[in-house]
Design a protein around this ligand. Sequence first.
Ligand SMILES: *[C@@H]1O[C@H](CO)[C@@H](O)[C@H](O)[C@H]1NC(C)=O
Ligand SMILES: *[C@@H]1O[C@H](CO)[C@@H](O)[C@H](O)[C@H]1NC(C)=O
Ligand SMILES: *[C@@H]1O[C@H](CO)[C@@H](O)[C@H](O)[C@H]1NC(C)=O
Ligand SMILES: *[C@@H]1O[C@H](CO)[C@@H](O)[C@H](O)[C@H]1NC(C)=O
Length: 439
Amino acid sequence: MKSSSVILVFICLVLVQNLTMICCGWFSVEEQKDSPIILWWTPFTGETGNLKTCGENTCFFTENQTYLSDSKTKVVAFYGSNFSPVNLPIPRQFWHEWALLHEESPKNNPSFCYQTLISLFNHTATWSRKSSFPLTLLSLPKLNDITDEKYFIPVAKKNIIRVQEGLSPVVYVQSSCNAPSERDLYVKELQKFISIDSYGKCLNNKPLPKQLKDPSDGMSNEDFFQLMAKYKFTIAFENAIGDDYITEKLWRPLILGSVPIYMGSPSFEDWMPHSNSVVSVRNFTSPEALAAYLHYLNDDDVAYNRMLVHKVKKTVANQRLVVAMERRSWSAGHEDDFESENFVEAFECFLCSEIHRKQLEENAGYSTRRQSSVDTSHYSCPLPLHPVTQKINSENWWVEHWKHANAEANVIGRLALRNLNYTTQEFHKLVSHEITNMM
Ligand SMILES: *[C@@H]1O[C@H](CO)[C@@H](O)[C@H](O)[C@H]1NC(C)=O
Ligand SMILES: *[C@@H]1O[C@H](CO)[C@@H](O)[C@H](O)[C@H]1NC(C)=O
Ligand SMILES: *[C@@H]1O[C@H](CO)[C@@H](O)[C@H](O)[C@H]1NC(C)=O
Ligand SMILES: *[C@@H]1O[C@H](CO)[C@@H](O)[C@H](O)[C@H]1NC(C)=O
């Protein structure tokens, strides 16, 4: 620590000197010349080249691929959905750390679910709490939203509305009907035992009220939220199952004060406001057993209210959730804009500080060899199972897609080890071989 502080002071002095001597605007020429480069290999932020400060650290961020051969390029970063297995930054220099940013569903690129591909990375920002820069709670805007009563309708009033407006106890709104998790198959079964209002494209049985027809804002406007809040239960099924892959599907009903019926991350309960705020599909042996429980809750206001302690008593008991939200630097205040860019910039700064930390350690003569090893816990998404039988469904197209992704991951892994550039044709030929070998 001591020697690195000395070096820091020295670097600062040098910088200050240069700043005063050859200053050009905000950054000195020297600073620009020496800053480590973080190269977005997948076009993503639209950055042609910019120096950015992150606390005490400065890095040069760019999407310009010609910087790959610059010896100051320390990190090559990829956005998961845009990752292409051909034209990778290969040959890779030993100082090139690869970083993966992917907050979206694993369905967009299941190749990362496999060790052979994910282990090529040194830093990740994914939904997993095990990732280097976890984005697990990205879809929860603010902790206060959970106790906020803006949309909340108490159970007595829900009972009245339900009769007056002829609503079902359960609501489902989904427009992406062909999901890896095959959630519609479960909803279809559940529907046999309890009435469900389905407003979306999938299993639609009820039109949205007229003022909500505009699909451009139908999913996020206040009227829509008010409609959803009238329901006692909301089906919250993720499009794919992975540890900690939790989206607004789960948070939204919690925020609106409707009890979510959840299918998704096996460990989701670690993040819930109370131990009893969600009905978990996995806790029931069949859709029929789940429906029986929903009927019981629907008829028993006291039992139902126990699931809404976060609204009724306005409390959040889960300290893991509270602490994680308090520590989240990129949540800071802003209501709607944080999801769009702030977490990307926060991850960029995370990478920048990692690089600077490493350089300081190296300059100080530490041989820390602290290798950041990335494994599938950073991006867990097992082969999709049938939501009712919990077995592999050979009729599910996504199962094949996952297997293909597995083959691609294996091939990329081998080619990366070989560390020679390859063509698209060569890649596809190897993938076909791999698929044959895997069978
Ligand atoms: C990329 O960087 C190189 C070298 O700095 C420069 O000559 C080229 O114009 C840049 N390309 C783009 C698209 O900005
Ligand atoms: C790899 O080869 C392709 C053509 O086969 C070329 O377009 C690409 O620039 C090469 N990539 C690197 C990183 O050398
Ligand atoms: C599911 O069952 C387990 C084991 O009985 C229990 O600990 C957990 O609280 C239940 N979760 C939900 C959401 O009902
Ligand atoms: C980065 O990951 C690669 C691939 O796993 C590994 O070979 C390399 O040593 C890692 N670099 C660092 C600095 O951890």
